[in-house]
Design a protein around this ligand. Structure first.
Ligand SMILES: [Zn+2]
Ligand SMILES: [Zn+2]
Length: 147
């Protein structure tokens, strides 16, 4: 059984995002189902803790996020139920992503380490993101539009 890689680019621009240089990787991953948190200890010493609701809102799958310019389910700002934000399990995908399973059965979101680190909700990272956005906020959006 092969899984069609939905990220394949029809314009044949080749694989992107393979620049792994210096990207932090998790040394420890701890999902606390009771508390509903996911804690990650990174190899650069940083600590990231998501609560399950934050994590659910970040789900990067096509259903939640949309694709090909179409909005996804989360873009409609739904009211998440307790089931939808209940962390059941977390599975490691290869050595690049985590796939949480949710109380409503959803499990198709592959949260890459890059994404998890990028959205780290700690005060330090939140402040750094705010600063970066005010300087060069359009860079990533422009890259996406040309895809
Ligand atoms: Zn999803
Ligand atoms: Zn952080």
């Amino acid at each position: 059984m092969t899984r069609p890689g939905r990220a394949a680019r029809p314009d044949g621009s080749g694989p992107q995002g393979c620049h792994n240089g210096g990207m932090p990787t998790p040394l420890r991953i701890h999902a606390d189902r009771e508390a509903g948190t996911l804690a990650i200890g990174w190899d650069d010493g940083h600590e990231t803790t998501y609560d399950a609701t934050q994590l659910r809102w970040l789900c990067p799958c096509a259903y939640c996020r949309g694709e090909a310019g179409l909005p996804g389910w989360l873009d409609s700002a739904p009211t998440l139920t307790a089931q939808q934000t209940r962390l059941i399990d977390i599975r490691l995908v290869g050595n690049y992503a985590l796939a949480p399973s949710w109380g409503d059965g959803h499990h198709t979101g592959y949260y890459t380490f890059d994404l998890l680190r990028h959205h780290c909700p700690c005060p330090e990272c939140t402040a750094r993101r705010a600063a970066a956005e005010s300087v060069a906020g359009t860079a990533t959006e422009r890259a996406r539009e040309t895809a």
